[in-house]
Design a protein around this ligand. Structure first.
Ligand code: FES
Length: 149
């Protein structure tokens, strides 16, 4: 089967079509930016975009995204320029250990696309499903607000 990911179409062995998409992305395609946290759809570390919608890749399979456009953190930036959310993340110096941050950024990028001028309450609501054990939540929210400016 084929998977469209980060603008390229890649061939996958049929034996992987019902494997966790997160495992395929990390272990078969070598895109290590998407992280394993809980494996149960609870933490958001594995968040990617499927047709622009923030999606937990540990809960998907290649078969479930057939025909869709998949984007990982590696495909978020433009050719010569980081995504506005990535630039805001750097400006606000968000990460501490950094492990959850790709998932946080992918959630934020999809949210900003959908709600270009969010309120603080909307930002809080949109980001609440992505967990950060270092507790960088205030900086995450500041960066989302900055990206939306
Ligand atoms: Fe997918 Fe936690 S690893 S939600």
């Amino acid at each position: 089967m084929e998977l469209e990911i980060n603008g390229e179409t890649v061939a996958l062995p049929d034996r992987l079509q019902h494997a966790p998409l997160l495992d395929v992305i990390r272990d078969h395609l070598g895109l290590k930016g998407t992280k394993f946290g809980c494996g149960a759809g609870l933490c958001g570390a594995c968040t990617i975009h499927v047709d622009g919608v923030a999606t937990r890749s540990c809960q998907m399979t290649p078969a479930s995204v057939a025909g869709a456009s998949v984007r990982t953190i590696e495909g978020l930036a433009g050719k010569d320029r980081l995504h506005p959310v990535q630039r805001a993340w750097m400006a606000e110096r968000v990460p501490q250990c950094g492990y959850c941050q790709p998932g946080q950024i992918m959630t934020a990028a999809a949210f900003i696309q959908e709600v270009p001028q969010p309120s603080d309450a909307e930002i809080r609501q949109a980001m609440q499903g992505n967990l950060c054990r270092c507790g960088t939540y205030p900086r995450i929210r500041a960066a989302v607000a900055r990206a939306a400016r």
